[in-house]
Design a protein around this ligand. Structure first.
Ligand SMILES: Cc1ncc(COP(=O)(O)O)c(C=O)c1O
Length: 428
């Protein structure tokens, strides 16, 4: 049996963890079968509890842009741990990482560190509401901004995977303040502004979406949002939990040349430890406690271990910006390799990729929003996923996710992946 020990562990896990996991997509519900349990990882490779090795295309869902157990991060965390793991009192490393983040990202003066992307987005809309004195927000169908109540309305990622976009437990009262627009559809945003004059605190968006699979903003879309927000006195919030420090040092703001009013971070900023953050200019951030009235706090926020990991990661990216070009080239190589194999096999498909984000959809029509993403053939995806897993290629276990390439992946790994697809297409 290929996954013997993982299966045994999953059986035990189901007795004590709901669904056997601590985050839903990990359970493989969308693809069937049991999840593999990971023993260790280094560079581009995961090793499971049965000793099988996999080329990893998830990178812990994004954080590990330079590969697993990246030595400078491991050293920073190890050294820091020896001096104590948490104080709940300010530390120098918080100032160092804040200075670096503010220098790397355009249009931000101050940053507040939290423990997850969820917390970052949740706090960002509270800040937007406090700053504007308005209550409603606009989000896009298929975008995911973490699991706080206001965002679990037509959310992507696990929400989309399980077909329960409106989770029980989210009240009607909360839902009524979250207005829904269609990705890449400025007219839908304009209509919401017109129907709710002076009521919209902010528009939150994944500037390159990753939670309905990778979906790119069409030309003029982000610019149009910027303009609509400015005209209506609303804040534009870029959720850069995926894209921040991944698409470029300065994230999507830098790549597209668009100024957001508030930016949220997670994933890469923590180097693989639990970190999130939100940032803005001085004026907006002055509304945040203790400087201003908008409350936000956290026992482990700015935790020295997590900050040391994040600082080591951001330092590496800041000193080696060529990583972004390297990743983009590798992603383009994979894109082309997959394209050739799928075309030869005559399998209907669309590949969306941008920077180091990538998704293969099993559909004929271009994927530009949640509706078109949902047309992807999920049965074929299951066969694809399990076929690639058997070949030692670890992909996200849902078609509503983006792959995240890490720079430890070599061209040899990419060739292995393309050859694996060549065999797997025969079963699709
Ligand atoms: C764009 C985006 N925002 C927010 C989140 C939530 O982050 P976290 O899972 O760290 O709470 C995610 C998680 O995948 C995300 O992709």
């Amino acid at each position: 049996m290929l996954y013997k020990r993982s299966s045994e562990l999953f059986a035990k896990a189901q007795q004590v963890l709901p669904g056997g996991v601590n985050s839903p997509v990990r359970a493989f519900n969308a693809v069937g079968g049991n999840p593999i349990f990971i023993k260790e990882a280094a560079g581009a490779y995961l090793t499971d509890e049965d000793g099988r090795k996999y080329i990893d295309y998830i990178a812990s869902w994004g954080p590990l842009i330079l590969g697993h157990a990246y030595p400078p991060v491991i050293e920073a965390v190890t050294e820091r741990a020896k001096k104590g793991t948490s104080f709940g009192i300010p530390t120098e490393v918080e100032v160092q990482i804040a200075e670096l983040a503010v220098a790397m990202v355009p249009n931000i003066d101050k940053i507040r560190f939290v423990n997850s992307g969820t917390e970052a987005c949740m706090s960002a809309i509270r800040l937007a509401r406090g700053y504007t004195g308005r209550e409603k927000i606009i989000k896009f169908i298929g975008c995911y901004h973490g699991h706080s109540d206001a965002f679990l309305i037509e959310a992507g990622s696990g929400g989309a995977t399980f077909g329960t976009p409106n989770s029980p437990g989210v009240t009607q009262g909360t839902a009524k303040d979250t207005l829904l627009a269609n990705y890449n559809d400025l007219a839908s945003v304009k209509a919401l502004f017109e129907a709710n004059p002076q009521q919209i605190a902010g528009v939150i968006i994944e500037p390159v979406a990753g939670n309905m699979g990778c979906v790119l903003p069409q030309e003029g879309f982000l610019e149009g949002l910027r303009q609509l927000c400015t005209e209506n006195g609303s804040l534009l919030i870029f959720d850069e939990v995926m894209t921040g420090f991944r698409l470029a040092k300065g994230g999507a703001q830098e790549v597209f040349g668009i100024r957001a009013d508030i930016v949220t971070f997670g994933k890469v900023i923590g180097g693989g430890l639990p970190v999130g953050a939100f940032a803005a200019n001085k004026e907006i951030m002055s509304y945040l406690a203790p400087e201003g009235p908008v409350y936000q706090a956290g026992t482990l926020s700015g935790n020295p271990l997590a900050m040391s990991a994040g600082l080591a990661m951001l330092t590496a990216l800041n000193e080696h910006p060529e990583v972004y070009e390297s990743l983009a080239k590798k992603t383009a190589y994979l894109h082309q390799g997959f394209e050739e194999v799928l075309q030869r096999a005559g399998i209907p498909h669309q590949i969306n990729s941008f920077g180091s984000m990538f998704t293969l959809f099993f559909t004929e029509s271009p994927v530009t929003n949640f509706v078109s993403s949902s047309k992807s053939d999920t049965q074929r995806f299951k066969r694809y996923f399990h076929g690639m897993l058997r070949e030692g290629i670890y992909l996200p276990p849902s078609s509503f996710e983006s792959y995240f390439l890490n720079d430890a992946i070599t061209y040899d790994d990419l060739d292995k992946t393309i050859k694996a697809l060549n065999r797997v297409v025969l079963e699709l």
